[in-house]
Design a protein around this ligand. Structure first.
Ligand code: UDP
Length: 310
């Protein structure tokens, strides 16, 4: 297949490009590089790969046939939502509309990278796909949550009105090599702080929970969903739930760091609990995560040791 990946220079997008190339597909990667980096693609040698620096919130015109459009472009870190609020809203809304339009024009399939953030600060734990969420539309995270909720609605509208062949994945916290050291998310923050011997900045008491999926498991789930015929949203994530404080202690132990822990204020609307219910992915994709937290952390720590923590 010839596959367009928006946001292909980002953390997940670039790993996805790698996987698609390994599977023998041709990949056209679009990215405006506000949070993506060409360094994430520098290792790619394949003549089946094309990079186009482009903002997907503007009209998309790709030469030649396209079989699938994978829409992965978006800032994905809470500090980026504050730094780029309008870009975050635009890429989830206008960008999704343009990517759907491209898929429709080419007769291609469409795959939306949605998020556990559609569940907001959930009142149900774990979160099944049938939960409608608890989102503050006007909070600092609302720019991401509402754009992704709009994106899901738009994707289903194209599916229903235009019979577009669509998929929606709801991605839970994912980590691994190629995250930016300073993107503000908890994994790169804690690992780089531990490697520098600085205090780990736990927000609030650190009793809020998250469930972390290694990127390889996530990419496998995404690839299986793409090959399936499921049009309704599917959660992909790791159900191994822990507190942020436990994560900090684990990272200090695995890095052998002398770092201490400090407590900073909890950001507005920070979800108190998050854990995917992955029964649906297990049932329809035969998928579940296989990489343990320790194994994934060891590899991610090795990456930041090698690539620097600045
Ligand atoms: N967090 C933290 N210290 C940091 C960064 C994040 O304690 O330096 C917490 C944050 O408050 C949240 C969790 O870690 O409860 C995960 O934050 P992240 O930004 O990675 O993503 P989120 O899951 O909130 O979208």
């Amino acid at each position: 297949m010839r596959i367009v990946v928006t946001g292909g220079a980002g953390f997940l997008g670039s790993h996805l490009c790698d996987r698609l190339l390994t599977e023998g597909h041709a990949v056209v990667c679009l990215d405006n590089l506000i949070t993506g980096r060409t360094a994430n693609l520098a290792h790619i040698q394949s003549d089946r790969f094309t990079f186009i620096q482009q903002d997907v919130t503007r009209y998309l015109d790709i030469d030649g046939p396209v079989d699938f459009v994978l829409h992965f472009a978006s800032p994905a870190s809470p500090i980026d939502f504050v730094r780029y609020p309008i870009q975050t809203l635009k890429v989830g809304s206008l960008g999704t509309h343009n990517a759907l339009g491209l898929a429709k024009a080419k007769g291609a399939g469409f795959f939306l990278a949605s998020t556990s953030e559609v569940y907001g600060d959930p009142l149900v734990n774990p979160q099944p796909e049938t939960y409608w969420g608890n989102v503050n539309p006007v909070g600092i995270r609302g720019v991401y949550d509402e754009a992704k909720r709009f994106a899901e609605a738009m994707t289903m509208a194209y599916h229903r009105a235009h019979r577009l062949n669509t998929r929606i994945v709801r991605i839970f916290n994912t980590y691994g090599p190629r995250m930016r050291a300073n993107d503000g998310r908890v994994m790169p923050a804690f690992i780089t702080q531990a490697l520098r011997g600085e205090p780990l900045t736990v927000f609030g008491e650190g009793q809020q929970t998250r469930s972390f999926c290694y990127y390889q498991d996530l990419v496998e789930g995404i690839y299986r969903l793409m090959r399936s015929d499921e049009h309704d949203p599917v959660n992909i994530g790791n159900p191994n739930e822990m507190t942020v404080l436990e994560l900090a202690q684990t990272i200090i132990r695995l890095t052998g760091s002398t770092s201490t822990i400090v407590h900073n204020p909890l950001p507005q609307d920070d979800p108190k609990l998050r854990r995917p219910d992955i029964s649906k992915a297990r049932r329809i994709l035969g998928w579940e995560p296989t990489v343990s937290l320790e194994e994934g952390l060891q590899k991610t720590i090795a990456y930041f040791r090698e690539h620097g923590t600045g």
